[in-house]
Write a protein that binds this ligand. Structure first.
Ligand SMILES: [Fe+2]
Ligand SMILES: [Fe+2]
Length: 157
């Protein structure tokens, strides 16, 4: 498998995906530290678990990029937002997960059109896992604020 076999746009998706996954690592790691500072070790542990999941995604992307002959070069990490409470953090996380879901949806669709089955499968797998993250975070947020309070903010996505 060589770089010449891959559509340049697919390489672009890999670069954007790595930037977003590393942004997620930074964000969840920061939130784990914040929760710890707030005296909420249970939430800190959940955020640590998310950090590891996103790190594994970044690693999966790096492995595939190396096998395609491209150097991983993430750029433009978004700053981890500050939140005043858990609800604010979870809203930021849902926005980030929504961006990941949208990116992987587009990337897997494009790879399918470009007859790149192997990268389509990888992006589809990541797409499914980010959808699971989003659903779990949404359930967590819902357990804090109730279903009614979710609706106005979700409209902003
Ligand atoms: Fe991820
Ligand atoms: Fe995620």
């Amino acid at each position: 498998m060589g770089m010449d076999a891959v559509h340049p746009r697919v390489l672009g998706y890999f670069g954007r995906a790595l930037s977003l996954e590393l942004t997620a690592v930074q964000q969840y790691m920061t939130q784990a530290c914040l929760a710890e500072l707030w005296g909420d070790p249970a939430s800190a542990q959940r955020f640590r678990h998310e950090t590891v999941e996103e790190l594994r995604h970044a690693e999966t992307l790096v492995q595939r990029m190396l096998s395609l002959g491209v150097a991983p070069a993430a750029s433009q990490l978004r700053p981890a937002g500050h939140g005043r409470d858990l609800v604010e953090l979870l809203r930021q996380d849902l926005a980030l997960e929504a961006d990941l879901v949208a990116l992987y949806a587009e990337a897997s669709r494009f790879c399918g059109l470009a007859a790149d089955a192997s990268n389509a499968a990888l992006f589809q797998q990541l797409w499914g896992e980010e959808q699971q993250h989003a659903a779990q975070l949404e359930a967590w947020l819902q357990s804090l604020v109730g279903p009614q309070a979710l609706l106005p903010d979700r409209a902003m996505f």
